[in-house]
Design a binder for this molecule. Structure first.
Ligand code: SF4
Length: 119
């Protein structure tokens, strides 16, 4: 992840509060159904899991395979964003020190939680 993304996430870990909708962003709304802009940089990127809408595409610029999140609004849903923030705060670390495994577990926990909530 870009350093700017890690820094932004750390700011919200300190604030312990979601941003909500950022109407001042020049890309707003970047996704249909957008509810929260806290995780403009997805903490799970690249999750490589198709269950949230992400997929591999061939980049028009590099011609290489890249992970695309265009169809994913997972972390932009308010209840999910709250659970992500809560989960990251619980880990009690600078975002740069959180392992891929810890992020994978958090994402999995949130998805399982959502599935059982929707039953
Ligand atoms: S597909 Fe969604 S959850 Fe996965 S990395 Fe992209 S934005 Fe994050």
């Amino acid at each position: 992840m870009h350093e700017k993304g890690r820094n932004l996430i750390n700011i919200f870990l300190i604030r312990k509060k979601l941003l909500g909708k950022n109407n001042f962003c020049k890309f707003f709304p970047c996704h249909e159904g957008l509810e929260d802009c806290t995780f403009c940089y997805c903490p799970f990127y690249p999750c490589q899991e198709v269950d949230t809408g992400g997929r591999y595409i061939i980049s028009k610029t590099s011609g290489k395979e890249v992970w695309s999140c265009t169809d994913c609004i997972f972390h932009h849903k308010q209840d999910i964003a709250y659970k992500i923030l809560e989960g990251l705060i619980e880990l009690n670390k600078n975002f740069s020190l959180i392992s891929k495994e810890e992020l994978k577990n958090l994402r999995k926990k949130i998805i399982i939680n959502q599935i059982s909530k929707n039953k």
